[in-house]
Ligand binder design. Structure first.
Ligand code: IVH
Length: 729
């Protein structure tokens, strides 16, 4: 057994923290833990291992212990449902009835080293006032906790843990599990009420078969047996659940009426009589040495059990001692779970492939000689990025050590240098892909300050979802009702490959877009479809050029750069063929725009420099950018700037542009449509911005418009009415 206290080292030394810092750190940790709970529970997309989750949770607990007066009563550590171990079943899935557990379903404290096991045992000795404390040691099953209640020997209901106090009633789903009897044999003399607690899980074999079948059927595969089990138990159709290979093992009990279960022995006898499967193997121990020996023996055996286990649960055996020790609001003091460090195996790295992620990030992936680790066969492992490859000096052909972080995500730990072949060479991601995106052949870039390389092609299919979201976002074209779920569905259902496809989808197809799964379809609906259609038409009609430029997600072009680019160009075509940008691109560091005779008259703002110029021109020269121009023509979309003023001085001097160089913001209700007023200001050389800043010259205020007026007054911006604007014009 290895001691890996280093994961938490320094975690309880908070002496250097001021109360303010401590509170900030607590808030940060609480937010992180909440986020990971959400990822784990509702999205089934955990980003970190159980171990990392634990480390955060414990750090928060320790901080709260060190600064009790600052602890938030709403902290995740105070909720029964949260646990220092990443929880297996989420709070409240939709579509199920809720039930209050007769006895709360508590969590369990984790131990990560021999030292922590020793501390736990010492506490037991002290609190029970005994040298020998009889305990049992059994596998911690990596499944989903459920409570199954029998009344007079008949299955009454089954429920998930939920938030620990209240769970989802999943009786119909649990009834489909062969190892859960609907009725206990009368000869077993079951207690009047018998609440059996245990884990629903999938065997490694059943899980592998299920994933193979899904893969063949073209369905997404599950990340691991536990996610697959949790997902299955949430299905609303028991007939579907029945097709999945679920199993059940009992490891405890809640409410029991009509029987005395004084020890684990008595409980196991009852399970045997009832035909319920008990958790095996089980060890008995009375000293620390015996406990550690049992933990080591279980480690030898656990991978042969056929299902996932991630620890050893140590429980005080007799009921009276359990009651004396009691529980905190979260976990009993009479039990703890030792978590095994992840298993490591050697294997050969045959090749490295490059995946393109949703944001265009190129991720190198190790293609491995298949090897069985922590219960499943591992064929691939992420290598993260070039820096990571360099740091570990990973090369094709190397023998590498791999492990499954949190028993989920395989990773390469290190290279076995003694086994390196003489002919190996350092790996370069960029050379490997020939300086092109392996998904679309588009250009790739390494943004300054980032380790990752990214594909910057607007039409890269691997990035479609993200691009569509950026394109539709509030600050871009504000197409309403196009969040990540809808964008994802549009791409997976092949209605859109790139953002401009949005304009060609018939309203009827949008209305029937399936946002759910094949098992549980959920349509977008007519109202939402109409909203998308209405706002996409508004984008074509009303959105000024700067919004369109921003919407394209060109690297380095943020909102203010887009606004400045729109001021300098009369349309997208002009931007794509911009002489201003071509000149700007040639400037070297230290060259000033003001000293360049071609650029000086344009008075280009600092947001647009040589790097932006290059990025924009590269974009429109790329296949993706050219496709954008062609597609806009095809769709008849030709956005115009509403702040066009490439030569501000000339306009000002000519006298017929009385508002040149002046920036306006409009608020409230005016006598004419806002767009008309805007057009008059722009025609007179002025600019119209959406929000007030210190660069605003005038706020034109009609009826209402309170918040902008207040902001203007705060910043000392002159507020004028329509009559005053007319005078200026
Ligand atoms: S006993 C109330 N024994 O771990 C604490 N729990 O309990 C007593 N788990 O999600 C729990 N294997 O479902 C116990 N052999 C085992 C277990 C086990 C897995 C799960 C349980 C819950 C978590 C904390």
């Amino acid at each position: 057994m290895s001691s890996d206290d280093d994961l938490f080292s320094g975690a309880d030394d908070f002496s250097g923290l001021t109360p303010l810092e401590a509170r900030a750190e607590m808030a940060r940790l609480a937010a992180e833990i909440d986020r990971h709970n959400r990822l784990y529970y509702t999205e089934a997309q955990p980003e970190i291992s159980d171990r990392e989750y634990d480390a955060q949770f414990r750090r928060l607990e320790k901080l709260e212990a060190a600064f009790p007066e600052l602890a938030d009563p709403q902290s995740p550590t105070r909720r029964v449902g949260d646990t220092a171990e990443a929880p297996a079943a989420g709070p409240v899935a939709t579509g199920f009835e809720q039930i209050r557990h007769p006895v709360p379903m508590l969590s369990i404290d984790d131990l990560f080293s021999e030292g922590e096991v020793a501390d736990f045992f010492k506490r037991l000795q002290k609190n029970l006032g005994a040298e020998r404390v009889p305990v049992t040691i059994e596998p911690k099953i990596d499944g989903v906790a459920v409570s199954i209640v029998y009344r007079d020997g008949v299955l009454d209901y089954a429920a998930t843990r939920g938030d620990g106090a209240t769970g989802d009633v999943i009786t119909a789903n649990v009834r489909t599990i062969a190892s859960v009897p609907g009725r206990l044999p009368a000869s077993a003399h079951p207690p009047a009420v018998f609440e059996v607690r245990g884990e629903v899980f999938m065997t490694n074999e059943g899980f592998a078969r299920l994933n193979e079948e899904r893969d063949e059927a073209g369905l997404p595969t599950f990340a691991n047996p536990r996610n697959s089990t949790a997902g299955t138990l949430k299905l609303l159709d028991p007939a579907e659940v029945a097709k999945r290979p679920l199993d059940f093992i009992a490891h405890g009990f809640g409410l029991v009426e009509g029987a005395e279960l004084a020890s684990v022995g008595a409980f196991h006898e009852l399970l045997d009589r009832c035909g319920l499967r008990k958790n095996e193997p089980i060890w008995r121990a009375g000293t620390l040495e015996e406990i550690l020996a049992a933990i080591a023996e279980l480690d030898e055996k656990r991978h042969g059990l056929g299902h996932g286990t991630d620890g050893a649960v140590i429980k005080v055996d007799d009921r009276a001692s359990q009651e004396r020790l009691g529980a905190t609001s979260r976990a009993p003091r009479w039990a703890a779970a030792y978590k095994y460090p992840p298993e490591q195996k050697e294997t050969v790295l045959h090749s490295i492939t490059i995946q393109v992620g949703r944001t265009g990030v190129l991720t190198p992936v190790a293609e491995l000689e298949p090897v069985f680790v922590s219960g499943t066969t591992v064929r691939r492992a992420t290598l993260h990025n070039q820096d990571e490859i360099d740091r570990k000096d990973v090369r094709i052909g190397d023998t590498v050590v791999i492990e499954k972080a949190g028993e989920i995500i395989p990773s390469v730990v290190r290279v076995v240098m003694e086994k390196r072949r003489g002919d190996s060479a350092p790996f370069s991601l960029v050379e490997h892909v020939g300086h092109q995106c392996p998904s679309c052949g588009g250009p790739i870039e390494q943004p300054e300050g980032f380790v990752a390389w990214r594909c910057v092609n607007f039409a890269c299919p691997a990035q479609a979802v993200n691009r569509i979201r950026q394109f539709s976002s509030r600050k871009a074209l504000d197409i309403e009702g196009l969040g990540s779920v809808v964008a994802e569905a549009l791409v997976t259902r092949e209605l859109a490959r790139s953002p401009l496809d949005l304009f060609a989808i018939p309203e009827a197809s949008l209305a029937v877009l399936n946002l759910g799964t094949d098992e549980e379809p959920r349509m977008l609906g007519e109202k939402n479809a109409a909203k998308i259609v209405r706002t996409r038409e508004r984008a074509i009609r009303e959105m000024p050029l700067n919004r369109w430029i921003y919407a394209m997600g060109i690297p380095q072009v943020g909102e203010s750069a887009a606004l400045e680019l729109a001021r300098l160009h009369a349309g997208i075509r002009e931007l794509a063929a911009s002489e201003i940008l071509a000149e700007l691109r040639t400037l070297k560091t230290g060259d000033r725009k003001e000293d360049n005779p071609l650029l000086a008259p344009h008075r280009i703002a600092s947001e647009v420099g040589p790097a932006v110029a290059k990025s924009v021109l590269d974009f429109f020269a790329s296949n993706g950018g050219r496709a954008v121009l062609a597609r806009l023509d095809e769709l008849g979309i030709d956005p115009k700037p509403d702040n066009y003023a490439p030569l501000p001085d000339e306009a000002a001097a000519s006298g017929d542009k009385p508002l040149a160089g002046k920036t306006f913001v409009i608020t409230g209700t005016l006598s004419a449509p806002r767009d008309d007023i805007k057009a008059r200001i722009v025609a007179a050389g002025g600019k119209v911005a959406g929000s007030i800043s210190k660069n605003t010259d005038y706020l034109v205020a009609g009826e209402g418009g309170g918040s902008k007026r207040a902001k203007a007054e705060e910043l000392g911006v002159e507020v004028i009415d329509e009559a005053a604007l007319d005078a200026l014009l």
